[in-house]
Design a protein around this ligand. Sequence first.
Ligand SMILES: [Zn+2]
Length: 308
Amino acid sequence: MDWNLLACGIGGHVSYAPEEPGPRARVHATSAAGDAWRCLRCGLFVPGPPSASGPAAKAPAVRRGKELRSAFILRLFAVERFLRGILVALIAYAAWRFKYSRHTIEQEFNRELPVMRTVLNQLGFNVDHSKLVGLIRSAFTLNSRTLTWLALIAAGYALVEVLEATGLWLLKRWGEYFAMVATSVGIPYEIYDLTAKITVLRLAFFSVNVALVVYLVLTKRLFGARGGKKAYDARLRGESIMDSALAELEKPGPTAEQVAEGVADVPADGANVSADRADVPAGAANVPAGRTSPGSVMPAPPGPGPRR
Ligand SMILES: [Zn+2]
């Protein structure tokens, strides 16, 4: 699946006209239909005015390819965390309410139970063997203090889940760390729980949690995994169309290949850009082996050309 085209199809293309002539030439084309600007996400030249303009350094950081897929996966996890948070918040609220109106509820329950028993007996259910009725009966024996603790712990857990959901949905670095740490803390207890008894629900919760932790550490390179944040940022820059255009301009002089292609004048235009973007090649040069190095980036042809 081409995540770039999917995202552009849903949210529209993101083009940007840099003020500097060097990078500008690389994302601009003139066609029969007029001006066209290169989409920073899918790389296609889109006819019409650019979405925005300004200094090249201020170009929007656009998520591309794997990053888009990753954002989709993290938001799925965010939804799951949010639903979990809501469910636990309801439990906290129920425990709190139950603490204050236990006697009324107990009277009500004892009054209604015989009626329920008769009705359900006729349907073939034996209420006295029901796990739910047993659970409700044992709830009446809990004391006030236990109920308070139950409500507080549930409320705290709900808060953690909602925070995790927020951080993951917003795709923030703190959200990734928070979700990873908070989820890991619960895993030993979940393992203990599974050794006591394996149920489908426990197994499902456990699997989702382990999947989230592994996914975050490996793809987001948390705690220095796979080169850490430096490698992660370098990969993002390596995939950025605008940064690639700038890195291309950083090269000391035109290669024979470029001269042959007639783009020898471009680096001269970009010479003044190099001075204030001196940090770019340093960062881009850290792209791990196997990634496209800045040196092999193809100059953007003046028209819909080959994509990297
Ligand atoms: Zn696009």
